[in-house]
Design a protein around this ligand. Sequence first.
Ligand code: GLN
Length: 504
Amino acid sequence: MSDLTLLGAAETAAVVAGGDVSAREVATAHLDRIEQTDEVVHAFLHVDRDLTLTQADAVDQARADGSPLGPLAGVPLALKDVFTMKGAPTTCGSKILQGWRPPYDATVVERLSAGGVVVLGKTNMDEFAMGSSTENSAYGVTRNPWNLSRIPGGSSGGSSAAVAARQAPLAIGTDTGGSIRQPAAVTGIVGVKPTYGGVSRYGLVAFSSSLDQGGPLARSVLDAALLHEVMAGHDPKDATSINAPVPPVVAAARGELGGVEGMKVGVVSQLQGEGYQPGVQARFDETVALLTSLGAEVVEVSCPSFEYALPAYYLISPSECSSNLARFDGMRYGLRDGDNGENGVEQVMAITRATGFGPEVKRRIMLGTYALSAGYYDAYYGQAQKVRTLIRRDFEAAYAKVDVLVSPTTPTVAFPIGERADDPIAMYKADLATLPSSLYGGPAMSLPAGLGDDNLPVGVQLMAAVQRDEQVYRVGAALETALEERWGGPLLDQIPELVLGAST
Ligand code: GLN
C-alpha cells in the first residue's frame, strides 16, 4: 500500500497544494490500490484510468498556472453510481440501465470538478438505492473490508467499502432512509446525511424524492465537512434545494464553534435497548458517558412516534418509487428487451421491466402501487403521511429542549452476506434508527464509536434540527478527538489488512 493512500482528504489537499506531490501521483496511487484490491472488495462498478488522470492533470496544470485551488483540489473520490457524470455509465446497480451513458453532469459532479476533486469511478450500490447490504445490486456483492464475509452496508456499500479499504479518501453516497449512515457505521467511517434540500438532487436518479439526499463519506469528521461544503448550496435546477447559506460545517468540524461543553444532548429512549446488539448498546452507552465527561448535559428524550417510522417509511418511499421508476420503460434509457418486431410497445415495456428490474425493486413498485391505489390511498399512504407529521413534531419538541439527539446508528454490526437476503423485514430493520430523521429531514451523522460483536465497527448517530448541520459536526469533532485519544488513533487503523486473493 502506498503512503499516499493512507492520507486523509485534508492532508492530501495540503500536500498537493504545497507541491510535495502531484495530483497525478495521488490519483495513480489510488488507481493502483483499486487494481490490487477490488477483485476482492468489488467496491467499484466502473473505473476509467484516463478519465481520472485527465482530471488530475487539470489540477496540476491549475497549480502550475498559479490559479487558486479549491480546498479539496487533487483529492480522489469514489462516486455512487446513482449520480450522472458525462463520459461514464450510470447504472444505479440495475440491469435496466445497462449501457446508459448520461449526456450531462449532476450538479454535485459539476461542483466536484470546479473544486478540483478527482473522481476515481462509480461505486456499487443496491439497485436504485433500495437495500441495506448492497446485495441487491445486479452487478454482484461488495465485501466489507473489515471481514470479507460481511456486508459493507447499503445502499451506498460500494462507497463505504472504497473509503474503508483505502481505495479513496472520500466518497459520495445517498441517503433516503439510512444509506449513508448505515454503511458508514458498519465499515468504521464517518457518513453524513445533510439536511434534506442541502445538497442538489439534479442528476441524482430519484428513488423517493421527498427523502433522497446526497452526502459525504470520509475517514474523519473534518474530511466529511470539507466535502459537504463543496457539494452543498442552492441549485436553481432542483426545486427542493434550500435557498439559504450552507451551515458552517467546516468551521464546526475544526472546533471553531466550540466543543460540547454546555451543549444539551438528548438520548432517544425509543432508539436503544431491545433489538440492539449488546456490543452496539455498550459502545453507545460509553459514548454517552464520554459526552457527559466532556461537559455536555445529557438528558433522556422520549419520541413515541419513532416506533412507527419503519412502517411509515415503507409506505411513503415505495409510493414515490412506484411513480419515479415508471420512467424506465425500455424506450428512453438503457435496456430494451422483447423488441422483436412482433411485440407491441406495451409488451416491450412489460418485458423490459420484467427482465430489467430485480426482485426488491419489483417488491417496492408493487407495494407503492398498492398503497396509492383508489380505496387504499387513505388507509396506507394517507396514514403514513400523518405519522410523518407526528415524527416531525416529536423532533421539533425535542429540539426545543436539546441541541442534538443521539442513538446507535444501527441495531447490529455488519451481518454476514446472505443472512438476510430472503428476509426483507430483517433487512429493513437495519435502518430502525436512521429512518426517523430521514422522515423529518434533519441532518444526521454516523461516527465510529468502537468495535462491537465479532470485532466489527459500531457507529453512533448524531442528529440535529433542520439546517443545523454544523451541530452534528461540532459534536462529532469533539467526540472523535476524545475517542481517538482513547484508541491511540483512528478506529480504521485497527482494520485487518485485506486478505488479497480471498474469495470469501
Ligand atoms: N435501506 C433503506 C431502503 O432499503 C434505505 C435505503 C436508502 O437510504 N437509500 O429503502
